[in-house]
Design a protein around this ligand. Structure first.
Ligand SMILES: C[S@@+](CC[C@H](N)C(=O)[O-])C[C@H]1O[C@@H](n2cnc3c(N)ncnc32)[C@H](O)[C@@H]1O
Length: 239
């Protein structure tokens, strides 16, 4: 029996009804997604995984732009995956994009019956919903081949937006349990300080959101407790 805080149950409850208007409504505030997809489309043909793929809106767009990529998506919500599968059937892409159910903290090639790691893994507006984002980041990096890239697009701190607008936006997002989590960027900077990844961070708008690109440089992804903690505000300056 699942507890009420179980991520699967929680996400299914959150998206049971909104999934039907999800793609249409989110285009007005999940900025940076198309910029990221264009960038992934420019990679040489490879195996690409979206963690927390929702309705598969991103994967379908990526398939249109780069049909030679082999695409995979996973999500915690069976409701979202149901909508995703309907969309793929409508597009005739059900045989081209593989979907799986699971939690980001347990993601890996085996979810799709594979052993080979992915060339690209990406997470679009997912980690700001996951309190235990650390485990999700580590699992995503483990799912990636050395030299591969893990991309994240997500809400930033809106520090350069007018304060009343930023406060209103953050208050509204918190209704959905969505928060900018500074500890998340610290985790990314810690991984860079340890030499596990090369990190490139770029703002979308005036720190409305960010796109992070993490290129995996080593075989080993350290567990949290062996990680180097970076000094406060270390790491690359926002672009
Ligand atoms: C805001 S939606 C983003 C969907 C899609 N990535 C996009 O950009 O349109 C967040 C998605 O993350 C999924 N999600 C939340 N927590 C998750 C977890 N722990 N593991 C896997 N998926 C999760 C939700 O079910 C939902 O589909």
């Amino acid at each position: 029996m699942r507890s009420p805080t179980d991520p699967v149950r929680k996400m299914d409850r959150m998206y049971r009804w909104t999934r039907h208007v999800y793609d249409w409504t989110r285009r007005y505030y999940l900025f940076g997604r198309d910029r990221l997809i264009d960038r992934i489309a420019d990679h040489p043909p490879g195996d690409v995984l979206e963690v927390g793929c929702g309705t598969a809106r991103n994967l379908r767009r990526l398939h249109r732009l780069a049909p030679d990529h082999r695409l995979y998506g996973m999500d915690a919500s069976t409701q979202m995956l149901d909508t995703a599968r309907r969309g793929l059937r409508r597009d005739g892409t059900a045989s081209r994009i593989q979907l799986a159910h699971g939690l980001a903290s347990g993601v890996g090639p085996d979810m799709f019956g594979r052993t080979a790691p992915f060339d690209v893994v990406f997470c679009s507006y997912v980690l700001s919903m996951i309190p235990n984002h650390d485990a999700a980041i580590r699992a995503s990096l483990q799912a990636l081949r050395p030299g591969g890239t893990f991309y994240i697009v997500d809400f930033w701190d809106q520090a350069e937006l007018p304060a009343p607008f930023a406060r209103a936006l953050q208050g509204w997002l918190s209704l959905f349990d969505v928060h900018h989590r500074p500890a998340l960027l610290d985790t990314l900077r810690g991984l860079e300080a340890r030499g596990t990844v090369r990190l490139h961070l770029k703002a979308v708008g005036p720190r409305y959101a960010y796109i992070a690109a993490l290129t995996r440089t080593t075989m080993e992804v350290p567990p949290r407790d062996t990680e180097t903690t970076p000094p406060a505000h270390a790491g690359p300056a926002p672009a």
